[in-house]
Design a binder for this molecule. Structure first.
Ligand code: MLC
Ligand code: AMP
Length: 498
């Protein structure tokens, strides 16, 4: 049976090695089991057809055997995988299903409830993983690596999230870059606790490990106590997380009695690699982690559209507060406000990226796709400067993009949701500095006449509409929003209100 997808071909060579250890008690799974099960699900997806021909297949599964085998099944059947967020609300799920034009959704018995109403309303096929039984071998299509493979939803400067489309070739390149740079091996073991609808968890952790024949321990969410116990047990060689998690780990370790600390610290100290990314790692957190565990975190910079682009070296000096140098296969340039390519140290410019890892398009948005390129360079919207060969991120071009707990949020999307609140007539959402979350969502709101609103009531109203991390942490009720001479809301002045 011919199938060119390298992740699948490589899994064949990893054979009986352990790919996955589940912390939920469902045991261990080998690479061979992943292959057999994903072939059975692919056959069930295909039914009588030979190839899904890039049909979008959405799926909702926690990290673990079901997630991996469904993702591989969609790819092996020639479909485009659309992983849904387990923490999404009904309106958020509906948006992803409708925008991606998914025709089928795959769920487990536990997650099916979340999509049941939408499935009926949107007339989608539901495939329950638990009901798929192997029924003899079916010939799977040969999938060209330049075909579309995945759509990930990312927030940005438009009010609704955009679907970032990557091909199999893009994904393979994103993986190979990291496997080479960070020396992934079959003997590695990594915990997987990041959400699996974003690139950090999907590529940097899950796919790099499976490509290399390594073992993954999967957690349904970041569970501090269990993860610290496993770290103490010394099972992990590699650890990847967002800065918020390192802040929380420092707090948790410092809160332990002296007697309970050293074994956990030893577990971190013996790992060969600990990486931070998805948001700025404050130099103070980097230094604190080193003084606590002896580990120097490797900070890197990436984005859903480009994979990972810049990183401190695996071997060599890791500089706190910087994101290092271009990774293998990635071209990086800085473009100044006046349109010149910046070559001098200390001069700011927008980070622009070129190379085989760069995504193919925003789904169904050709104009937005065209606008986000400068010739063949992708415009990231992030500003940086070079310092003696190392890049330092200086911030984002748009104040409307917020990074909180490693999640990218659109202030405009949150504002649009809040404007549906019966008491709110106008509002402005901003990100404010927060020691744990990097940035926290804050809203200044003008209320309708004789209405009242407090933070608790607003947060509870938001719960059915916005994922937890998008719900405002701070509220200021104001008479009017600060505006400039043109009448446009000045977000920098809104920030000053908090
Ligand atoms: C949760 N809470 C927040 C919050 N998120 N408060 C403020 N800001 C936020 N962003 C609050 C909840 O309301 C709740 O409060 C409490 O924290 C616990 O919620 P939780 O959902 O259980 O949080 P927790 O599990 O601790 O989540 C923290 C986390 C999670 C850091 C593990 O945010 C996470 O997994 N982040 C990673 C996201 C990610 O993978 N990003 C990568 C994108 S790709 P209460 O009061 O109800 O207790 C990318 C490209 C690249 O960026 O370069 O990698
Ligand atoms: P996302 O769109 O969710 O993929 O998030 C990508 C964004 O995260 C980038 O455009 C940056 O703004 C931010 N980011 C990722 N890594 C870092 C880092 N190490 N330092 C600062 N910002 C980062």
């Amino acid at each position: 049976m011919k199938n060119e997808l390298q992740l699948i071909a490589r899994a064949g060579s990893h054979g009986d090695a352990i790919a996955l250890r589940s912390c939920s008690g469902s045991g261990e799974h080998s690479y061979r089991e992943l292959l057999d099960r994903s072939a059975a699900i692919a056959a069930a997806l295909l039914e009588d057809s030979d190839d899904l021909e890039e049909a979008r297949i959405a799926f909702l599964a926690p990290a673990g055997f079901d997630y991996i085998t469904v993702q591989w099944a969609i790819w092996r059947a020639g479909g485009v995988a659309v992983p849904l967020s387990l923490s999404a609300t009904q309106p958020e799920l509906e948006y992803a299903l409708a925008d991606s034009q998914s025709r089928c959704v795959i769920a487990t018995r536990d997650t099916a409830e979340k999509v049941e109403t939408l499935r009926i309303r949107m007339d989608l096929r539901l495939l329950l993983i638990d009901d798929v039984h192997a029924v003899g071998a079916k010939r799977l299509p040969s999938v060209d690596r330049h075909r579309r493979a995945m759509i990930l939803y990312t927030s940005g400067t438009t009010s609704k999230p955009k679907g970032v489309v990557t091909t199999h070739a893009n994904i393979e390149s994103q993986i190979e870059t990291l496997v080479e740079a960070w020396d992934w091996k079959g003997t590695d073991c990594v915990p997987l606790f990041l959400p699996l609808h974003h690139i950090h968890g999907i590529i940097n952790v899950l796919s790099c490990a499976l490509w290399s024949g390594a073992a993954i321990e999967a957690f349904p969410r970041f569970d501090m106590d269990i993860i610290l116990d496993r770290v103490e047990a010394g099972v992990y060689s590699v650890f990847m997380a967002v800065p918020t998690i390192y802040v929380k780990l420092i707090q948790a370790i410092e809160a332990l009695p002296e007697s309970g600390r050293s074994a956990k610290i030893a577990g971190f100290a013996r790992m060969r690699l600990m990486v931070s990314g998805s948001a700025a790692l404050p130099a103070s957190v980097h230094e604190k982690w080193t003084s606590l565990t002896g580990q120097e975190l490797l900070e890197r910079y990436g984005m859903t559209e480009i994979g990972m682009a810049l990183a401190n070296p695996y071997i060599g000096e890791r500089r706190p507060g910087t994101v290092g140098q271009p990774l293998p296969r990635v071209d990086v340039r800085l473009k100044s406000e006046t349109g010149e390519v910046v070559t001098a140290d200390g001069e700011p410019g927008e980070i622009q990226i070129r190379g085989p890892s760069v995504f193919r398009e925003y789904w169904n948005r050709p104009e937005v796709t065209a606008d986000s390129f400068d010739d063949d360079w992708f415009r990231t919207g992030d500003m940086a400067m070079r310092e003696d060969g190392y890049f330092r991120i200086m911030g984002r071009l748009s104040i409307d993009i917020i990074k909180s707990g490693g999640y990218k949020l659109s202030a405009l999307e949150i504002e649009a949701a809040l404007l549906d609140h019966p008491s709110i007539s106008e509002c402005a959402v901003v990100g404010i500095v927060d020691d744990t979350w990097g940035e926290a969502v804050a809203v200044a709101a003008v209320l309708r006449e004789s209405e009242e609103l407090n933070l608790e009531a607003l947060r509870s109203w938001c719960r059915d509409r916005l994922s937890t991390y998008k719900i405002p942490k701070r509220l200021r009720v104001v008479e009017s929003l600060p505006r400039n001479a043109m009448g446009k809301v000045t977000k920098s002045a809104v920030r000053e209100l908090f």
